[in-house]
Every structure is written in C-alpha cells, then in structure tokens.
Write a protein that binds this ligand. Structure first.
Ligand code: GDG
Length: 464
C-alpha cells in the first residue's frame, strides 16, 4: 500500500481533545497506510527562512512549516479569504482583487512545494485539501514531482460567470488541471466545473469523469464528504452532553428548541435566519413563548472586515427581535458567540425539536449531518435545510428551503414544529441510514481508491 501524504493549510493538532470528523478520518487513513501530514504550523517568521518542524505521531509524520508575515497576509487573509472564499460562495461584492494577493498565494504554494518535495518517497500518494492549495500540484510538477496528486475542494465550485470574475481565473484553472484527480462536494459543483472547462477553457470530456484542457488531462468526480455518524451519536451519551440536555430541559421546560450551529460566517445565512424567525413569530403567534431559537455563532476570521460586519449586523438583529418580541420570562433568540465542545453540541442537537441549517451557499455543511446523527430515533427532531448547501443533494427528506425567502422558510419552521411523530420518524430513518452509509470513512476510501486508479504522471503523455 502506498504511503499517504496529506497537505492542508493547517495541520490538525494531535493534542486536540475534540477533533472534528475530517481530522479523525484523515488521521485514521494516515495511521492505516502510514503517512505524512504537511501544512502550516501557525507560526510566522520575519526575515529568516521558514523553518520546517518534524514530529512523529504514532505512524504519522507531521511536518509543519512557517510563513513569512507578508506572505501570510497576502496569501491567507488576501487571496484565500478576500478572493477565493467570497467568490466561491457567490459573494463578488465582498471580494477584493488586489494583484499582491495572488503573488502571495503563488509564493506560498511554491514554498509548500519546495519544502514538501524532499520529504516525498517514490510511491507516495498525495492528497491536497481545499482552496488554499489550488496551485500546489502545478508547483510540485514544475519541480519534477511524478507521484499521484489528488485535490479535494471543501467549498462550492462557482458558476462560470462568477469564477471568471477572478482576474487570475485562467491561471488558477490551469493549475487545477495539474492534479490527477479533483474531488468536489456535489453534482452541482461538477456541473459548474464542467461548464467552465467546456465553455471557457475550450476543453473537452475525453471519457467519463476525464477532462482535457490544453493538453492537460484530469479526472474530476463528486465525493460528498460525510461525518462519523456513530461517533457523533455516541457523544450524546457523554456526561457533558447529558449536562447540556438537562440544562436545556430545566431552562426551557415545555418550550420547543430550534437550534442553529455555525461559524459566524457571512455564507451561513445568519441574518436571513433571524428574518425568518421574526416572520414565524409575526404570522404564527402560537409559537411566541413556546419556541426559542438557540444560535451558536462561533468566532471565526475576526480580523477581516466582512466578518466584523456580519457579526454586528447579526447581533443587532438578535437585539431587535428580542426587544420586539421578548417578555420578562421568554426571549425568542438566545445567541452565544463562543466555541462549545463537540459533546456540548451533540447534547444541544439532541435536545432540539428543529435543526435550522440555512446557509446561503455551502460546500456540504456537516452540521446538518451532525444534527441527524444526534437525534433520538424514537422522537427525532426535524432538519430544516437550505437547498443551497451541498448536503441538500443527499438529504432530500429534510425540509428543504430557500433561505433568501424568509416567508417560506418561516412556513417550513412552522411545519417542522408541528410535524406528527410518525412523519418525523419516517424522514429521520431515511436520513440517518444515508449519513451512516455515506459517512466520512466511505468518503475517504472512495477518494483514495479513485486516486489510486489514476495513472502516475510519469506514465502519461507529455503535458504540453
Ligand atoms: C467547510 C465547508 C464543508 C461549529 N461550531 C462549533 C463547532 N463547529 C463545527 C461543526 C462542524 C464544523 O465545525 C463546521 O463544518 P461545516 O461543514 O458546517 O462548515 P465549514 O466550517 O464552513 O466547513 C463546508 C466542510 O468544510 C467539510 O468539507 O461541509 O461546506 O465550508 O463539524 O460541528 N465545533 C465545536 N465548537 C463550536 O462552537 N467544537
């Protein structure tokens, strides 16, 4: 079995007591095959050369590098989070196209390639993660790397017209074609990829899942990411989760909980969620005093202006709805700007009658799957899910909503709160079966199997 090399912007911390599903799945694959995890360790350097630190974590070698402060600003805050994140989430209005950002992005991708290359062995299989590293395979190939290189995009692949607003879109897509395998979250992402390749890059489909552009050939397929559904369900039995459940029962007595759990990101549709909840209370007064929205908005990328703006917009909407509808012993929205443990999140999901997952755009959305995993199968809550989340393609038995439409989203929350037990059980059984089968291990194995089937670059025809 080939050794697995995982590359991501950040490396998961082995000391993390509550790693997410992705870190668990990748670590498991790395431990099984033996492997190397390479990424930025979180340290910045000034003038000196970025240092590589290498440590061992059972069968896994962890190699972390430093970034120059200037590169970090232009690469991470600049091109990653001021260009690629907003554009790929359909927010051209929030993008800042400064050429300096792209230079930094290329420098960091080149630095990663230069530092990774000497660590590679001949039959390694390399799996690169996410939008921070689109240029990595091209940089590695330029240095002579011939191992198989796969790429998984965790965020949505944007429509042609949106992507082509990025001044460097041609170079980016050319770089993407240097990967042997490109994995996307949803069929819609694949359609967007295909329409770019066919219409903009003058490419063609050579055979199923294989695309050829200017002499480059890559395979592109859909691999929807999953969670470890059994592990998340097991968290609901931990003391921490049960503490949350009893706190919720005491604090809310007969009230029904509607729960939202998100990083406080503008892609997650948090202001729109408050508009929908307000609409629900206005048109369905029977839910006043009886339903409460508990919203975790965990801090994220707080140094960026767009994130400060979404936070103040969201907090002002929470204040207004509580002021307008709150009573001495009931508030419609309880908003918490903190990071909870995963066990606490599982307990919160388990206590909820409704899970409200309404991003405006999302590659997949793991919270939707975690909510399903955490339910009591004999009395499950109902998932209200945005049809603009990649998860909607798999989770058709959820109540699918258009989050821009407050009125119809409110109607779906009302429907969820009133849904008879038999219907809730029927929907939940189907959803649970799907997230248990198509879990994070299934995702990981399918991707690695497909990558293993790709011909190594050395056996392929010349690229240009
Ligand atoms: C990207 C893509 C794609 C949230 N608050 C807390 C906390 N979380 C956890 C959730 C979940 C994870 O963070 C968030 O995952 P999502 O999938 O919802 O969203 P992104 O962070 O935007 O992830 C996304 C994903 O990559 C995987 O490919 O699904 O579309 O955007 O696991 O539970 N965890 C803890 N405390 C919190 O307060 N411990």
């Amino acid at each position: 079995m080939s050794r697995l090399v995982v590359v991501s912007n950040r490396v998961a911390d082995p000391q993390d007591a509550a790693p997410g599903g992705l870190a668990i799945a990748l670590e498991e694959a790395l431990q099984r095959q033996g492997g190397l995890w390479f990424g930025w360790g979180g340290k910045l350097c000034d003038q000196s050369e970025p240092q590589l630190s290498i440590s061992q974590w059972d069968a896994v070698t962890v190699a972390t590098t430093e970034l120059h402060k200037r590169d970090h600003d232009s690469y991470y805050s600049g091109f990653c989070n001021n260009v690629l994140w907003p554009v790929f989430h359909n927010r051209l209005d929030l993008a800042a196209f400064d050429p300096v950002f792209y230079d930094g992005y290329q420098r960091v991708n080149r630095q990663f390639a230069q530092q990774l290359l000497p660590l590679l062995q001949d039959d390694d299989v390399i799996w690169v993660h996410d939008y921070h590293m689109i240029a990595l395979a091209a940089e590695l190939r330029a240095l002579g790397c011939q191992q198989r290189i796969g790429f998984f995009l965790h965020i949505p692949f944007p429509p042609l017209v949106t992507l082509s607003a990025v001044p460097q879109h041609k170079a980016l897509m050319q770089a993407l074609m240097a990967f042997d395998l490109v994995g996307l979250q949803s069929r819609q992402d694949l359609q967007h990829f295909e329409s770019y390749v066919l219409a903009q890059a003058d490419g063609r489909i050579s055979h199923r899942h294989h695309y050829r552009v200017h002499g480059e050939q890559t395979r592109c397929e859909v691999f929807p990411i999953g969670i470890d559904a059994h592990a998340f369900a097991a968290l609901t039995h931990t003391p921490q989760a049960q503490q949350v459940q009893s706190t919720m029962t005491q604090a809310y007595r007969q009230r029904r909980l509607v729960v939202g759990i998100d990083r406080l990101d503008y892609s997650k549709g948090l202001p729109e969620r408050i508009h929908a909840f307000r609409d629900l209370l206005e048109r369905h007064p029977e839910h006043r005093r009886s339903a409460t929205l508990v919203q975790i908005g965990s801090p994220t990328r707080e140094h960026l202006q767009a994130y400060a703006d979404i936070r103040s917009e969201f907090e002002s909407l929470c204040g207004a709805i509580n002021g307008d509808f709150g009573e001495l012993d009931w508030m419609p929205v309880r908003y918490i700007h903190q990071v909870l443990t995963r066990a606490q999140l599982a307990g919160l999901c388990h206590s909820a009658a409704v899970g409200l997952v309404t991003p405006l755009r999302d590659g997949m959305n793991l919270v939707a799957k975690e909510f399903i995993a955490a339910q009591n199968p004999d009395d499950p809550g109902v998932l209200v899910l945005s049809r603009f989340a990649g998860a909607a393609e798999q989770l058709q038995e959820a109540l699918l909503v258009n989050p821009y439409d407050a009125h119809s989203t409110a109607d779906s929350i009302d429907q969820a709160l009133q849904m008879p037990l038999a219907e809730r059980i029927e929907r939940h059984q189907k959803l649970l079966a799907r997230i248990q089968t198509e879990d994070v291990h299934w995702w990981c194995q399918r991707f690695l199997q497909a990558l293993g089937q790709c011909q190594p670059a050395v056996q392929r025809k010349p690229r240009f």
